[in-house]
Design a protein around this ligand. Structure first.
Ligand code: ZN
Ligand code: ZN
Length: 272
């Protein structure tokens, strides 16, 4: 089994259509492909306007689901399963609106819980945003971010957590002072019962490692958090990027199963 559940299309910040992404995945040997474009339903007008450049507009979410259903009906076979997902940012202030919106579409197989904002700071937008920040400011962003991920767990709106240590993207690694907080977040994920991805996109970013780091991943494994490997692909060439490396690392850590999702039901399937 080869699953790839975190992929973007031109509905958000990807460079190819849903259909092109799915066909590329099929060509690459993926047996279960999921599309998961960005949805940012922010209560903050500054965030909403920033997100408009890389996320779908909330009002077209229904059209996105319909477009994904069309590709599903064309391409799905027993050997190639097509799943419909969404990567939805968490905002405590309007989580009920987000939940209500997602609940309108029972065709959705999974929701990826994410945060790309600390306040209105865009965590993964550009290294230039991080450069003027001193250590204390970087630590503050990490702290706000980790609080948000705890909120994601408590809110119970998602099936798995995206790129857990995203603020390291441009090189600002998790400060030592916040390692106990990361442990709390891992405990929260474990208690909430949601899964977590190993996101291989990080290997192509300045941080040069997947999300989360080996150290965090080993803690997640020790806590029994269900895992899956994703590429966070924004182009057809990326749907299985660095999968062999990540899958080998999981195997070496004793992992034999990964998650699949059908209408929010999680099932463990063989890693190989
Ligand atoms: Zn993301
Ligand atoms: Zn993504």
């Amino acid at each position: 089994m080869l699953t790839s559940y975190h992929n973007h299309s031109t509905w958000s910040d990807g460079t190819a259509s849903i259909r092109e992404m799915a066909l590329a995945a099929r060509e690459a040997g993926v047996t279960e492909f999921g599309i998961s474009d960005h949805l940012v339903l922010s209560p903050n007008p500054v965030v909403a306007s920033k997100a408009a450049s890389w996320s779908m507009k909330p009002e077209v979410f229904g059209d996105y689901v319909v477009a994904a259903l069309e590709v599903k009906s064309e391409l799905q076979t027993p050997a190639f399963q097509f799943r419909i997902g969404v990567e939805a940012d968490f905002f405590e202030e309007n989580i009920d609106s987000l939940k209500a919106m997602l609940a309108k579409y029972p065709q959705i197989d999974y929701v990826i819980g994410a945060s790309h904002y600390a306040g209105d700071f865009e965590i993964d937008h550009a290294s230039e945003d991080w450069e003027p920040l001193d250590e204390a400011a970087r630590q503050r962003i990490w702290e706000v971010y980790l609080d948000k991920i705890q909120g994601v767990c408590q809110a119970g709106y998602c099936d798995f957590i995206a790129h857990l240590d995203l603020p390291k993207k441009f090189g600002a690694l998790l400060p030592d002072a916040l390692k106990p907080k990361m442990e709390q977040v891992l405990q929260a994920i474990s208690h909430s019962g949601v899964a977590m991805e190993v996101n291989t996109a990080g290997l192509d970013k300045p941080c040069r490692e997947w999300y989360p780091s080996e150290e965090i991943l080993h803690r997640a494994i020790a806590l029994g958090i269900p895992l899956l490997v994703n590429a966070d692909a924004h182009a057809t060439s990326q749907v299985v990027r660095h999968f062999s490396e990540a899958r080998a690392a999981l195997r070496a850590s004793g992992i034999t199963q990964v998650c699949e999702f059908t209408e929010h039901r999680r099932r463990m399937i063989p890693l190989d």
